[in-house]
Design a protein around this ligand. Structure first.
Ligand SMILES: Cc1cc2nc3c(=O)[nH]c(=O)nc-3n(C[C@H](O)[C@H](O)[C@H](O)COP(=O)(O)O)c2cc1C
Length: 358
């Protein structure tokens, strides 16, 4: 493999370490010999709830872009992303300057990961929280909640949002399509490895029991969704701090929010602190605006929006992009896998190079 081909492969591997909703990895990284591009990868079309312009997908694309920029910076390079302002594909491109002979890996992308297990209650160092709260990207910013009253108030919104989530057949189908139970399923390299979920004893059996939506819908008539939402907030209620990413709702804003998300997340993990994102509030608020909430939830989620806006001092047109539960870990979690790189990196320019090296 030539030095350039090797560099591009390592760059793409670093990009692909980025977090994506449910580890769906809806991103292609294209290389044409001069320019890198990021484009939507349609995966699991039958159940996927995140289309190319959805908020969840755009956060993931921004995260991939940030990892690539971090890798370039670690190699002394700087190249700006050009985002497609009018929408469409690719989302963005980056013209690469001449590349060094060797690739130096940045620390952040490999350190960053999701930890869904319990955390210690110990407070985090104020200097870390202050540094995080100073983060920004485009019009997006970071708000750190570390007082009990604010945490409790936001957790109430997570709980209400989770109740709506567990009444939604499309989200139910998508979640169960993402679960990877057997070693063969895990080896596919995408989705949610059950071992990463941090389930309590009996949790896996319960998930199997409710996998069928008809059964879940029947149980919901007796309030199952409320019990599930209560379980969802068990750990976040005990967090010593919640880190919120907020900002504008335009496509470009959300891409930039994805960049900020992964930068902040990597920084927290590099400090030895664990992170679990909670997307459920943002997701239900987006669904409120798209008119696709389960029947009967419009008012409740409308109230969530008002509460979140007040708590996070959001200006008109701004929204909550993500909540991160943070705290010192009690468990070193299993790391989630990634798809084989040939399902992510599309590279006409040196395909012969790669073929001859394998
Ligand atoms: C937009 C987005 C939404 C996510 N929502 C959640 C969530 O609500 N709960 C959760 O535990 N993880 C959530 N995650 C984390 C992903 O599931 C995780 O990043 C992915 O499985 C890859 O694992 P890794 O972060 O350990 O690399 C989200 C990630 C992204 C980018």
């Amino acid at each position: 493999m030539t030095a350039t081909a090797d560099f591009i492969v390592r760059l793409a591997e670093t990009g692909a370490m980025a977090p994506t909703a449910d580890n769906g990895q809806a991103c292609y990284i294209d290389w044409d010999g001069r320019t890198l591009g990021l484009a939507y990868a349609q995966r699991h079309a039958a159940s996927n709830v995140f289309g190319p312009d959805s908020h969840g997908t755009l956060l993931g694309i921004g995260a991939v872009a940030e990892n690539i920029s971090a890798a370039l910076a670690a190699n002394g390079l700087d190249a700006p992303w050009q985002w497609a302002e009018a929408g469409g594909q690719p989302y963005g491109t980056l013209a690469l300057p001449s590349l060094p002979g060797q690739f130096a890996a940045p620390a952040g992308p490999a350190a960053r990961h999701t930890n869904r297990f319990p955390y210690r209650k110990a407070a985090l160092p104020p200097a870390l929280l202050e540094k995080l709260a100073a983060g920004s990207q485009g019009g997006n910013r970071v708000t750190v909640l570390s007082d009990a009253a604010s945490i409790k108030r936001l957790v109430r919104q997570v709980r209400t949002s989770a109740e709506a989530r567990f009444c939604n057949p499309a989200l139910h189908r998508w979640l169960f399509d993402c679960l990877r139970r057997t070693p063969e399923e895990v080896a596919r390299g995408d989705g949610l490895d059950m071992r990463t979920l941090g389930l309590p004893p009996g949790g896996a059996a319960l998930l199997r029991f409710i996998a069928d939506w008809e059964r879940m819908a029947a149980l919901n008539r007796f309030g199952m969704y409320k019990l599930m939402a209560l379980a969802e907030v068990g750990q976040i209620s005990a967090a010593p701090a919640l880190v919120c990413i907020t900002g504008g709702g335009a496509r470009r804003d959300v891409l930039e929010a994805g960049r900020l998300l992964v930068r902040v997340w990597s920084e927290i993990n590099l400090a030895g602190v664990a992170v679990q994102p909670f997307y459920v509030v943002s997701d239900q608020l987006n669904r409120l605006h798209e008119g696709i909430l389960p029947p009967g939830f419009e008012q409740k989620i409308g109230a969530v929006e008002a509460e979140v806006g007040q708590l996070l001092a959001l200006a008109p047109g701004q929204q909550l992009h993500m909540i991160l539960r943070v705290g010192y870990p009690t468990v070193e979690p299993v790391r989630s896998r990634r798809l084989p790189l040939d399902q992510v990196l599309r590279h006409k320019a040196f395909s012969k190079d790669l073929a001859s090296s394998s």
